[in-house]
Design a protein around this ligand. Structure first.
Ligand SMILES: Nc1ncnc2c1ncn2[C@@H]1O[C@H](COP(=O)(O)OP(=O)(O)OP(=O)(O)O)[C@@H](O)[C@H]1O
Ligand SMILES: [Mg+2]
Length: 121
């Protein structure tokens, strides 16, 4: 079974005359352990495709699944390193790392969360 599957995925931005079709009918299956490079000119939709995989954008048409389950939002099993830094400048380093820890481990004790943040910092 493929680990990641795009089935007839299309993504457009905007409406009416401002509509821009970025991805058209993408069928893609990625196997476990496969290493894939996405290559294309600027503005051809690489980040859009990654955002769909990450669950940060929803497809206009078609569907995506990860290990057989529909992708409906972000999840800890699909990590993305952004092109540009996405940090909260008003938070400390620990505060920024802590945001992710809080999201992924909401039921963890404060002490365990602090230890996890410390470990990754
Ligand atoms: N949120 C958005 N709203 C409207 N248009 C968008 C949005 N995100 C991307 N686009 C448009 O979709 C197209 C593809 O953009 P995308 O960022 O996916 O390209 P890219 O291949 O990652 O480019 P680069 O190599 O510069 O990173 C561009 O024309 C961009 O302007
Ligand atoms: Mg990009």
């Amino acid at each position: 079974m493929s680990i990641l599957k795009f089935s007839n995925v299309s993504k457009s931005f905007g409406e009416g005359i401002h509509r821009e079709d970025v991805l058209n009918n993408i069928d893609l299956e990625v196997q476990e352990g496969e290493f894939l490079v996405l290559l294309g000119f600027s503005g051809t939709g690489k980040t859009t495709l990654i955002n769909l995989m990450a669950g940060l954008e929803a497809p206009t048409k078609g569907s995506l699944s990860f290990k057989g389950k529909p992708i409906t939002g972000p999840g800890p099993e699909r990590g993305v390193i952004f092109q540009n830094y996405s940090l909260m400048p008003w938070l400390t380093v620990a505060g920024n790392v802590g945001l992710a820890v809080d999201t992924i481990f909401p039921d963890m004790s404060r002490a365990d969360k602090a230890a996890k943040v410390e470990h990754y910092v």
